[in-house]
Each structure stands twice: as C-alpha cells, then as structure tokens.
Design a protein around this ligand. Structure first.
Ligand SMILES: [Zn+2]
Length: 314
C-alpha cells in the first residue's frame, strides 16, 4: 500500500490527512493557520500537522510518497507559487519549495477549490465521472472544473472562478471588481440578504418568529426551514434562490457539458428540496433536449480538499 499526505491550507485551519490508495484517511492533524504571518512559519506548522497525522496513522515519513497542498488564492502549480492569496496575505510565495524543505518530500500545490473538485471526482459525489463542474455554496461561491479527469484552471492558473462569472448585467457590485457575479446571488451571504429583504417586505412572515424577531440572527437555513413549516414568504425566497442557482448551473452546463454538476457547501445539506427544483430548472432551460448532465450533492465535505490534495501527484 502506498500513502500520500493531503494538506488543506485554509485561512483559519491547516487540516492534514494521511490517505491510502483507496482514498481512506488513516490519520489526521490540525493546526490553526494564524494568518497573516511569515510563510516559513506556516510551512513549519504544516509540517508539524503532517507529523501528527502520520503518528495517528501509525506510519513514518519514510512511508509517504509525496504531499499535496490545496491553498486558497491564485496558485501557479508549475512554478509552485502562491501568486496571491487574500486569506493568507501571501504575495508571490514559493510555498512548494518552503514546504518541501520543511518535510524533505516532493510537494504538489494547487488551488483549494480545484483540489476539492478533484477529490470529489476521485472519491466523492462525482466518482467515476471524468468531466465535472463543482460549485461550493459557502460565504462565497467556489468553483472547480475537471476535464478528462484533470483539473482545468486555464492558461494563467486563475480560471474556474465560477463564483465570479457574471449572471446579472448591471447587477450587484462584487468584491472582485466585477458586478452581477454568481456569488452575489447564489452564496450563503446572498441567501441571507435575500431572506432579510423578504422579511422587511413581509412583516407577517413566520421567519420573524423563527429568528427570535432579530433580523441579525438570520442564517442561510432559515428560509428553507420556514418554507417547510409552510411560510409563504419563505417559499418565495427559496424559489427565487433556486432560480438563480438553476440559471448559473444551466450556464455552466452550456459551456462545459459535464457529465455531472456537483453542489457542495452548507446549503447543499438541504438535499432534494434544493437539488430537485434545480434539476427541473435545468431540464426546462437547457440547450440540448437530450443532454443528461446530472446535478448531485457533493459528499466529502471538508475531506474533499485533503483527498484531492493527496492525489495531486498522480
Ligand atoms: Zn465577483
């Protein structure tokens, strides 16, 4: 059996797993990222987290073939650089070299959303599919594209930013500098904004009682919960949100014609009440009647980044 290590380097945590050839995580390590701080220190803590994971797995460094890292930001996997990461405050950081020096192992580096999509394609909701579009609906909207079983990131390694594809001309301004981005309509943050707007317009909505009368307490699940409880205004929020998401997914299907679109992140836990109507939207609006792209939920959650990273060397 061969073992590899996957590192999910986040703005908050460094999460590490020792992964075997069957995509099983045998041991884990976790350390706070405490960004911003010097990249050498973060690389040293990533190496410590790897040692924790190896010890839990009952293995040693000699058992490890290579280490893969998924990092936020714009990554140049060929040069091994984090070109820019807002979350880590990294500018042109040679993370592959620093981490390889800290561990004595070959290191592979990729963007975290791309790595998570790769993990889902290898071992998760898109297992067995070679052409995959993955959307993660979190605070923002992350995107990953797998074509022919490989990560597609474009010529500047900055592609697959599906959250920053425009979908409303002249729409809401986005932090990226563009406007009307998918992220402004399909993220958890967007859903919370849409929920609050509806509540202000509908003082009769049960959503008010469900959040204790405090609009600041509104989370991404409230509209779905209130819809299930029969609240009409909540149903309108959910239907509008699903229309936005269906619109975005239909666009991505028209561009890539993947075998499967995977929806991940917190909102994907809503399951069929979310996915069923998105599939219906896609069926009603797709370009090719016979195209049969599936729309499913991601299954690996945070482990997708660890498993995908561990297999970057294949
Ligand atoms: Zn944007």
């Amino acid at each position: 059996m061969r073992y590899r290590i996957g590192v999910d380097l986040g703005g908050t945590n460094i999460a590490v797993g020792v992964v075997d050839e069957e995509y099983r995580i045998l041991g884990r390590g976790k350390i706070k990222t405490r960004a911003p701080r010097p990249a050498e220190e973060i690389a040293a803590d990533m190496a410590s987290a790897c040692r924790m994971a190896l010890s839990e797995a009952g293995l040693t460094e000699a058992d490890v073939e290579w280490i893969g890292v998924g990092s936020p930001g714009i990554i140049d996997p060929v040069a091994g650089l984090v070109e820019f990461s807002n979350n880590l405050d990294f500018h042109h950081v040679p993370l592959r070299r620093l981490f390889s020096e800290a561990t004595g192992k070959p290191v592979f580096l990729e963007n975290d959303a791309n790595v998570a999509a790769f993990g889902e394609a290898l071992a998760g909701g898109a297992r067995g599919f070679s052409d995959v579009v993955a959307l993660t609906l979190g605070t923002g909207v992350g995107g990953g594209i797998i074509i022919g079983g490989k990560i597609y990131a474009g010529s500047n390694h900055a592609g697959a930013e599906l959250g920053h594809v425009g979908m409303v001309y002249g729409g809401l301004p986005c932090s990226c500098g563009h406007s009307g981005c998918v992220e402004m309509y399909c993220s958890v943050k967007a859903l919370i904004r849409q929920t609050r707007e509806k509540m202000r317009a509908r003082p009769d909505s049960a959503m008010w009682q469900m959040c204790g009368g405090d609009i600041e307490q509104v989370g991404g699940r409230l509209a779905f919960q209130a819809q299930r409880a029969g609240d009409e205004a909540a149903g309108e929020v959910v239907r509008q949100y699903i229309d936005y998401l269906g619109y975005a997914v239909t666009n991505f299907i028209s561009i890539f014609q993947p075998q499967i679109v995977l929806i991940g992140g917190g909102i994907s836990h809503e399951g069929e009440p979310l996915l069923g109507p998105v599939r219906a939207y896609v069926r009603a609006h797709r370009l090719f009647e016979n195209a049969a792209t599936r729309v499913e939920a991601a299954t690996l959650s945070n482990d997708a980044g660890i498993i995908g990273a561990a297999f970057l060397g294949i």
